[in-house]
Design a protein around this ligand. Structure first.
Ligand code: E4P
Length: 218
């Protein structure tokens, strides 16, 4: 399973990259605003900075909601850097734009997926990635992981190549369960990646090894 980090924070991106396990980055307009990145020029400059830090795919989201606007924005974003993947919302014009980009060989990430039907549409439109938001489903007392399982089943039935990018991941258990279900990618905050490191038996085991080494080599 690929690990993407879901942030526009350059320090967090650099920390995950330094760990050596990062495969890409997802951003969205809210994450950009959280970092105080506003205005088209600053946003574009920020995408370039992110691409300079990571080796993998970087999702950059369009703001337009009509087909022509998404095509114009998406083409400009894709031209910024070969690592850019155009992120498009799951609406009718988004599906049309996804098909347009797919026919042109421009990679896409269809976002805001909350049902198997939406996932099926994204795959039929040739999306490279599509992002089911599991945490937001959990937030409304719906089983987000069940959606990942259903999409995996549907995609496997037909051999769809669209990658399942489990999004809105909030914690390490989400990451582990996504891996169990065969999600192709997960995207979450830095803590969802670094949290995987932690186990008290690792800490106490290492402390004992070092203590015993000291005793034997005093
Ligand atoms: C997906 O690409 C989104 O950026 C993201 O995962 C949303 O997560 P949230 O529900 O934690 O805001």
């Amino acid at each position: 399973m690929k690990f993407f980090i879901d942030t526009a924070n350059l320090d967090d991106i650099a920390e995950a990259q330094a760990l050596g396990v990062l495969d890409g980055v997802t951003t969205n307009p809210s994450l950009m605003a959280k970092e105080g990145i506003t205005g088209a020029d600053n946003i574009i400059a920020h995408y370039k900075k992110i691409c300079d830090i990571v080796d993998g795919d970087v999702s950059a989201e369009v703001i337009s909601t009509d087909f022509e606007g998404m095509v114009k924005e998406g083409e400009a974003l894709a031209a910024l850097h070969p690592q850019i993947v155009v992120k498009i919302p799951m609406i009718a014009d988004g599906v049309k734009a996804c098909k347009y980009f797919s026919d042109k060989g421009i990679r896409t990430n269809v976002t805001l997926i909350f049902s198997p039907g939406q996932a099926l549409l994204a795959a039929k439109a040739g999306a490279t990635y599509m992002s089911p938001f599991l945490g937001r489903l959990d937030d409304i007392s719906t089983d987000g992981l069940q959606l990942i399982a259903e999409i995996r089943h549907i995609y496997d039935n037909y051999g769809f190549e669209t990658q399942i990018l489990a999004a809105s991941v909030r914690n390490t258990m989400h990451v582990i369960n996504c891996a169990k279900l065969g999600s192709d990618v997960m995207t979450g905050p830095l803590s969802s990646i670094t949290g995987l490191l932690k186990h008290p038996l690792t800490d106490s085991g290492l402390a004992k090894f070092l203590e015993d080494y000291k005793k034997g080599n005093a």
